[in-house]
Each structure stands twice: as C-alpha cells, then as structure tokens.
Design a protein around this ligand. Sequence first.
Ligand SMILES: Cc1ncc(COP(=O)(O)O)c(C=O)c1O
Ligand SMILES: N[C@@H](CCCC[NH3+])C(=O)O
Length: 430
Amino acid sequence: MTTEAASTSSVAAVNPPVRRLADWPAADLRDLATEHGTPLYVVDLDRVRENAVRLRQAFLDAEISYAVKANAIGSVLETIADAGLGAECASAGEVVRALEAGFDRVRYTAVNPPARDLDRVVDLAADHEVAITIGASDTLDRLAERGWTGELFVRVNPGVGAGHHEKVRTGTDPKFGVPDERAAAVVSEAAERGFDVRGLHAHAGSGILNDDDLDSHRALVARMGELVSEVADAGVVLDTVNVGGGFGVPYRESESPLDLDSLAAATHEALDSVDGSDDRDPALGIEPGRYLVADAGVLVTRANTVKSTPETTIVGVDCGMTDLLRPALYDAHHAIRLLAPDAAERGTVSTTVVGPVCESADALARDRELPAPARDDLLAVGNAGAYGYEMASTYNSRPRPAVIALDDGESRVCVHRETIDDLTRLEVDR
Ligand SMILES: Cc1ncc(COP(=O)(O)O)c(C=O)c1O
Ligand SMILES: N[C@@H](CCCC[NH3+])C(=O)O
C-alpha cells in the first residue's frame, strides 16, 4: 500500500462516510434514556464535526453554508460555525440564531419574506456580513424601500427538481425563485439599481442520493453556468454561483452514501463546461443541511403498549409525529433499533411502531421486521439529526423532547424537555 493510500484509508476509518444506527452504542443510549427520560434526542457533535471535515475536504475551494433549517439548536450551530462554515438561513429567526452562534458569514434566502423578517435582517445586515438571496423582483423593491442595496444573490427557478419526495423538490415549484427565463433580466435590473449583485442561486431539492437526482443536480449546475454567461453578456460579472444543498444520506441499509469526491468533481465539471474565461468563472457555493447533521442524531423512545393483531404487532411508543414529523409528512423511512440488551436473542416479528398522537399518520414505521418488542423496551430511531427536533410541534399539547449533546466523550443537556406549563406560557390570563 502506498503512503497516500494508507493515509486515505485511515481517514476513512476515522471519518466514515456514513454512520448507521447500528454503530451507536446501545448501552450509552440506554443510560441517557434512564437519566433524562424519553422521548430523547441525542446529537453527537463529534460526528457533526466529522461531516463538516469530509464536506470541506471534498469541496475544497467552495463557499459552504450550513442550511440552518436542518437543525438550529445552538450547540449544533456553534459546532458548525467553529468548523469554519457559513450559514444559510430561511428566516430572520434563523439569521438571529446563526449570528448568536458565531457564524461570521450569513446568507438569508428570502422566500416571500414577511415584512417583519425583512426589517430585522436589513437591520442586522448593517453590522454583519449578511447577503440576501431574492426569489422575486418584488423583494428587490421591498429591500430598496428599506434603503438596503447590499450583497445580493438572485435565486433562479431552474425547472429541475430532485429529492426524496415531491414535497421537497423545490426546483420545479414556481413558488421558489425567479423563472429561469427572467433571471438574467432581474440580475441586470438589480445591478442597475445599485445592488451589489454577487451571484446566482438555485436549489433542486432535498435528499439527492440516486443517479436520477445526481443527473438533475448536474443539469441544474450546467444551467447555472449558462446563465452566468448570459448575465456576463449583459455586462454583469458574478463572483459566486450557489447551487444549493440537498446532499442526501442513506436512510435505508440498502442505500450507499454519496461519493462526495465524485459529486464535487461532477459539480465543477458541469459548471466549467460552459465557458472557462475569467469573467465567467465564478466560485462555487453550496448550502447543505441534512448532510452535516442527519447521522449525528438519534431519537430514543420507550414502548408503552404492545398489541398483537392478525396483520402486525402494534408497538405504541412515547414519541410520535409531533417529535419526528418526517414519516407522517413524507412517508420517510427511518431505521429503528430495539435497544434491549437481549435484542439479538429475540425472534423477529412484523412490527408497526406508532405514537400517542390522535392521527392515523402517527406511525414511525409500518410492518418492519424487528426483534419482538416488549412493554418498557427502549427503541432508537436513526438519522434523526436533520429535520427532527427542528420540525417538532406541540400538537395534542405534547411538550417537545429534551436534547442531549455528546461532545468529546461527555454528554450534556443542550435543550431542556418542554413542560406542559411551557405550552400555556404565552397565553393571556383569563
Ligand atoms: C434553499 C435551500 N438551501 C438548502 C437547503 C438544504 O437542503 P438539505 O438539507 O437537503 O441539504 C434547502 C432545503 O431543501 C433549501 O430549500
Ligand atoms: N424537511 C425536509 C427537507 C427540507 C426541505 C426544505 N426545502 C425533510 O425532512 O426531508
């Protein structure tokens, strides 16, 4: 083995491209559940760091912004800010949280931005490095009315979608971005009105993993390259093309992790294939969310009800769609593991894992082969670090779970468990 091969393989061993649910130490999760109760989110900040390093190594010269919407917990944001990444934010709230966590470069992607959000972001942009991405020329007017003509990106609707579910394929949804054929005109208009136009932006969707989605990603990047040339023909030189996020992670055992190096090479190739001249050679920007945090998180839950039916064994657990919405909203698959010490000795049964919420959609998994569960068993749900706690709600007056951070071998509470009193805190006394 050459020295280079040896060092590459040792990096892979230290920082594997995927962390499966089976790789989490069951005894540690059981201890945390005993100490802090369930349902319980656990987020491993060391794994977040590994994901950031792997991404940075593959996209060496790209501007990488973490999509805060995937997980906006302060400890997670601080970890990613410390890793040197920027932040991509979808609201004023995310911008505030990102700046508080120490990000020194923030991109605000304004999707039909409420006036309150624009006011707050424009205010913050006076003292911080905040660029604003617009998806409609109305937003230009509204920024100009607020006296802001700073760093601007124009989001294009590329007409190319990708992702794990139709509800996350934003690239073909006209809600997002300026129509492709209007993009060059909007860029020119913004430049004429004195905005500091920095680049173009597009996002195909979330959960890019299979070959079709990778093809769509390449098509989107190539289209962005063409647009850079069209804009340059109109006299506006752009310094960055942000091709969005969406890098997927394997949720099923059968799925393989993304080959980041090939993805980076294909992205650069698609961007460079259009025109290599210097004024048309913008830097690459990416804004992944899920990739950084998904496999850094698990959700631990306890079974309270086990009921045999002719079709399946129903296992009622103490977390539901209020804690992890993805299965109900997207029919998303999340690995589930029985954490009982004797799990390997139990025979398997077809199991449907359901929560306490009064909705039929409240199932974490249907007809899944699992070691026969018993009341009081603990179960772990995998890849819960992205769009898990972040999409949690208090529907059915269910307080949100606590979150434990694992950091350099230590564990600490990073979000307290919500209480029933918290749920009525904002109500006015009658
Ligand atoms: C504009 C934009 N950027 C980045 C992301 C992050 O996506 P992901 O978490 O799939 O990387 C999203 C979500 O789909 C998005 O809408
Ligand atoms: N919330 C989605 C992804 C983000 C969509 C944002 N555009 C999911 O859980 O898969």
